[in-house]
Design a binder for this molecule. Sequence first.
Ligand code: GLC
Length: 738
Amino acid sequence: MKIKSILLLTVIICISASMKAQTPIYLNDNKPIEERVKDALSRMTLEEKVRLCYAQSKFSSAGVPRLGIPEIWMSDGPHGVREEIQWNSWANAGWTNDFCTAFPALTCLAATWNPEMSALYGKAIGEEARYRKKDVLLGPGVNIYRTPLNGRNFEYMGEDPYLASVMVVPYIREVQKNGVAACVKHYALNNQELWRGHIDVELSDRALHEIYLPAFKASVIEGGAWSIMGAYNKLRGEHCCHNDLLLNRILKGDWAFDGCVITDWGGAHNTREAALNGLDIEMGSYTDGLTSESEFTYDDYYLGNSYLKGLKDGTYPMSTIDDKASRILRMIFRTVMNRDRPWGTFTTEEHFDVARTIAEEGIVLLKNSPVAKKEPALLPLDDSLYKKILVVGENATRSLTQGGGSSELKVKKEVSPLDALKALYGAKIIHTQGYESGRPLYSSVDEIPAEVSAKLRDEAIEKAKEADLVIYVGGLNKNHLQDCEAADRTIYELPFGQNELIEGILNVNPNMVMVLLSGNAVEMPWVKRVPAIVQGWYLGSEAGSALANILSGEINPSGKLPFSFPVKLADNGAHAFDALSYPGDNVKEIYREDILVGYRWHDTKKTPALYSFGHGLSYTTFGYGKAILSERNMTLNGSIEVTIPVTNTGNREGKEVVQLYIGDEKSSLVRPLKELKYFNKVTLKPGETKNVKFIIMPDDLKFYDDKREEWIAEPGKFNVYIGTSSTDIRSAVGFNLQ
Ligand code: GLC
C-alpha cells in the first residue's frame, strides 16, 4: 500500500512540476520581473508591442489580449481617487460606487514639514486607488511654486526643491506598496497654467538642476517612482512629453529611471519625437481629448499606426519599441499582474482620520495677537468670552473638493467649517455668506454684479455689529481663474470683493479671526488690522473638523509655510522683470530670476516677504540655544555635526520644525544668501529641551556649475543658519570648507 501511495505522490509531483515548467515565465509570479519582461517581449508581435504604447480609452491603455496581459487603468489624482470618467469623453460615468475620501491638497501636506504625514497620505490614497482597481495614480505633483498666480500651485509642494524632495518620497513609496504606480508630474517646468500647452520655457542649466529638477530626481532615485508624467509645455523648443534632454539624457540616462513616461493628456505632438525621445505611453491625444471631438481614433495616435509604419520601414529603430514595451510590461508586472498586491480599502474611518490629521498638521498660524493690550492672544478661542460668534465668508460652506480641474473629487464626506463650528459652539454661532463667487465661471470681483456684492457685504457688516467675535472664512476657491487647472489667477488680491468686506467688518468689530482657505499666497492690505490669521489649505473631507480643532485649541498648530507670501506681486522674482519672465509672450518664456525663486529672491534682493517661507506660529513658544559644530573645518570627504538645544518655553505641548539653512559666504557664481538643507519636526512638552542634531555633508555645499556640467563646492567660509523660519534665524555659525 505504502509503495503505491509513494508512487502516486511521485507522479503527482512530476505532473505539477512539468505543469509549472510549462507555465510561461511571464505568467509565473515566482520569476524575477526582468525575466518575465524578457519572456513576454519575446512572445509579442511588433503590432502587439506598439499597441501597448497608446490609450484605448480616456483613462486606460491596452494590454495584450492574446497573451493574457491585462490593460492598464489610470486615474487622477493627487488628493484622492477621481470619480469614474466615461470611456471616451471627459464626462463622468455617473457611477455610485466611486465616492472617495478627499485628502488635503499637497500644499497642506508640504506645510506639515513632516515626512510621516507623507507616508500616511501615500498609504491611504494608495489603498483607495487599489480598491478602485486603478493601476496608476496620476499624482503627486511637484512643480515648483514660481509665481503666486499659477492656477495649480495647490496641487504641488511649494517653492523649495529640498522640502518638496523630502515630502514627496514617502507618498510615492507608500502608494506603490499597494501595487499601484505613482505617476509623478508634471515633468518638467509646468510652473503656470496660462499657455501651458505650448509655452516654450528658457532657463539656465543652473536653475533647471538646482530648482526645478530635484524633486523629480528624488521621486525617481529615492522614491522609486514607477511612472512619470510629461508636462504640456516645451523646454528649449521641444515638448516635455518627448524631450530628448529631459527624458533620454537626464531621466533615463543620468537617473537610470526604469519606469514609464506617460504623456499629460494631449501632450504628444509628433511621431518622430515620440518615437525617439523617450515617451512610452501616449494618452489623451485629440480623441475627445483636451480640445474637441474628432474622427481621430486611438490607432491614429502619434505612437499608433504612423509609429508602426515607421518601425516597419526602418525609419525608427526596433530598439525604441523594445525599450517602450519593456518599460510598460515592467509596470504591468509591478501592478496589475502582481498577484501579491493587497486589496486596498475605501472611505474608511481610518482614511478620514488620516485626512484630518494631515489637515491639522498642515494648517499654518500666521498671526496671533490680542485685540487690545494686556489681553491674551485671540487664539485659541475661549468661547466662554463670547455670546455671539459670527461666521462669515463663502468658504465656510462652499465645497472646496469639487472643481479645480483634474484633481476634482466626488467625495463621500466633506465637513464644512460652518458645520464643525456649529457642532462646537452650538447656538452661539450665527452665519452669513458675506460674498458670492458665483457659478464656476465667475472669477473675480468685477464678474459679480456690484449689487450682489453690496447686499451680501452690508448684511455681514450689520451682523458683525452685534457679534462678540467674527470668524472670517474666505480666501480663494476652485473656480476658473482661481486655484484651478488650465488658467492662472489674474490678480494677486482676494477676489469677489472680499477686501471691502473685511475692511467693512473690521470698522464695526475688530475681534476678527481670519481663516484663508487657498492654495496660493494672496495680498493682505488689512494685515495690520486683523489680530489673528490662519492659513488653511484645501483641507479635504475633514476640513471643518481640522479647522475647528485648531481654532478651539484642541490641536496646537504646527504647520509652516511651504512658500513665501510676498507683500505685493512685484516683490516676487518671476514678476520683477518683464512680461517675458511671466507669463511669456504666448510663445516663449524666460525664467529671468534664475535660481532666485521664492525666499531665495526675498533674502538675496532684500525685499522681505509679508510671511516668509517656513513661517508658522504655535500656541506655545520655543527657545533656541546656540548651535554647536563638531568642528570648524570640513573637507570634501568629511562631514560636520551640528547640534542645537530647542526648548518649549510655553505652557502646552507643541511641535516645532527646526530648519537648517546653509549659505556660501563667497562664491564664483551667484548663490542665494541661504538655502534649506535640513529640517526636523520635534514634539516638546512644556519646559522640555531636545538637542536637535544635523549632519552636514559635502553635497549640501554644492551648486550646479553649468559650464562644467557638474555639482561643485568651492573652498571657503559657509554659514549655518538655524531657525523657526527662513527669516526667523535663532542661531548662526560659520565653518570653513578646505
Ligand atoms: C490633465 C492634467 C493632468 C491630469 C491629466 C488627466 O490635463 O494636466 O495632471 O492627470 O490631464 O486628467
